[in-house]
Structures are given as structure tokens and as C-alpha cells.
Write a protein of this length. Structure first.
Length: 286
């Protein structure tokens, strides 16, 4: 017969405890019959009863609260995926999302963007700050490296930047969609406080944004088509797909592919123009 949920939880806690090195916590490694921390040491670090923690590992403790489970996860130095697994075992759902300010992207993720030579690609945060981009994105959308870090925000560009607005084929429909998708992303990531500050700023600067925000529309930024107008190149149609960044719930990647060979030629022309002006090949926010 398979183990019950409480037994699986207990086994997982025991295994996580056994993997830890007592010396790294300042505990003596001498006279230990089994590897890892002792149960009472974990309980002390989590500020819970040693007896209750022992029962929890044995599959006969009462249901822990989310707060206690978070303290246990911290005491066992669990990674975010490990903490999520712990909550799934205990409650059948992942932990409540707590938004953390993004700290940039890894070089590996930037190199992935750079492989899309003629497809604009960006990494955005839950509050739609553009954190990283490739050369095609700089050529087709805007050269983000020329903008102050605080202005590398998709909503600020769409609602407060006349040049970015002028490129949009159907600004009104696009703006409504962007606000609905932004609302869904930000709330899903638990970025309530950060959203409030940005929304207040945009509402004060753009009556159009304020009206759309009051509508409480929610959209999904999964797949679709984007049309732009570039002086000298004319209309450009791009098909886009959104992707989650595994292990980084605060980030999302969007890749835009030229819809036709003619659109691809126009993108290449814009990239060549950027390069001729000394534009950067690719960049990410500092």
C-alpha cells in the first residue's frame, strides 16, 4: 500500500533534515548516530516543540499552519522548489506567492535571448519592467539601453511615451489588452504593493490608463499578433508567444517572430540600421 499524505510529508522532512551538515550550523558532528541535524535542532531553529516536530516526521502530528511550515522550510534551508513541494504534500497546493524584487537575469538566460537573431525577445517582470532584451527587440521596439532603468516599463512606454505609442497599429485595442494582462500577471505574482505605486503614477499621468484600470478587465498574455508601424519600413506584423521562466515566477519571456518573409526583411533592415548607429547587440538592466 502507498504512503498517506501525512506519511509522505514526514518522510520528506526526514530526508531533508538528513541532507544537512550539522557543522555548517555550528553544531558538533561528534556522537551522531545518523546523518544530518537532530529533530530537536530543527525544532529549535523553527521555534516549535521538539515533540510536535517528531510527531510530524512520524506522520502523526496535527496539521501544521502555513506559518509553521514556512519556519520549518527556513530551518531546513529549503530552496523555493523544495518549499513548494513541502506545501503540496501538506496542503495539496503551493504556498502563497510572496513577490520579491527581481535581481536581474542570468548570463545563460541572456544568451538564450541572443539566439533569436531576427526575433525580438524580452524578459519582463510581473510589473512589466523590461529586465533584458536582445538586439532585435532594441531595433524593433526601442533601445532600452538608452532609457533610464525606471522608464524601461511597458506600460510607461505605451501610455506615456509618444514615440512608442505612435508605432502601435491599433493603440486603443492594444492598450486595453495590455492593461488586462498586466493586472493578471501582477496579482498572480503577489506584487500588490508594487502595482499600487505604478498604477497611481500612471493614473495621474494618463486618463486613458485610469479609465482602463477602472474597468477591471483581465486578459492572458499567451499568444497573439502585434502590428507596428516604423518610419521608413512601414507596417511590421509579429506573432508572439509568452513563456514562463522555470524557477523564476517573477519573470516572463516573450518572443516575437516576423509573420512573413517581408516582415522578416523589415526586421533585418531595422537591426542593420541599429548596428550602423552603434546600437548595442543585446543588453540587460544593470
Amino acid at each position: 500500500m502507498g504512503e498517506s499524505a501525512v506519511e509522505l510529508l514526514g518522510t520528506y522532512l526526514k530526508d531533508c533534515r538528513a541532507r544537512l551538515d550539522p557543522a555548517s550550523f555550528g553544531y558538533s558532528s561528534a556522537r551522531r548516530r545518523t546523518p544530518g541535524l537532530r529533530r530537536e535542532e530543527v525544532a529549535q531553529r523553527a521555534n516549535i516543540s521538539p515533540t510536535w516536530y517528531t510527531w510530524l516526521e512520524q506522520g502523526r502530528g496535527g496539521a501544521p499552519s502555513a506559518e509553521v511550515l514556512n519556519r520549518i522550510a527556513a530551518s531546513l534551508l529549503m530552496t523555493e522548489p523544495e518549499r513548494e513541494h513541502l506545501f503540496l504534500l501538506a496542503f495539496g497546493h503551493p504556498p502563497e506567492v510572496v513577490y520579491r524584487e527581481p535581481q536581474g537575469v542570468t548570463p545563460r538566460l541572456q544568451r538564450l535571448l541572443d539566439t533569436f537573431e531576427y526575433s525580438p525577445a524580452i524578459i519582463k517582470t510581473a510589473t512589466w519592467d523590461v529586465l533584458a532584451w536582445n538586439r532585435a527587440a532594441a531595433a524593433v521596439f526601442t533601445d532600452y539601453s538608452l532609457l533610464p532603468v525606471g522608464q524601461r516599463n511597458i506600460l510607461r512606454l505605451i501610455f506615456c511615451n509618444p514615440a512608442a505609442r505612435a508605432k502601435q497599429d491599433d493603440w486603443a485595442s492594444m492598450a486595453r489588452f495590455i492593461v488586462g494582462a498586466f493586472r493578471a500577471d501582477a496579482i498572480r505574482a503577489g506584487a500588490t504593493a508594487q502595482v499600487r505605486q505604478l498604477v497611481d503614477e500612471l493614473c495621474s499621468q494618463s486618463p486613458e490608463f485610469a479609465a482602463l484600470w477602472r474597468d477591471n478587465d483581465v486578459r492572458v498574455h499567451g499568444e497573439g499578433t502585434k502590428r507596428l508601424h516604423h518610419a521608413g519600413q512601414g507596417a511590421i506584423e509579429l506573432e508572439y508567444s509568452g513563456f514562463a521562466v522555470d524557477g523564476r515566477p517573477d519573470l516572463g519571456m516573450i518572443v516575437y517572430n516576423p509573420a512573413t518573409a517581408e516582415d522578416a526583411a523589415r526586421v533585418r533592415a531595422l537591426i542593420n540600421l541599429l548596428v550602423s548607429r552603434g546600437g548595442r547587440a543585446a543588453a540587460s538592466a544593470p
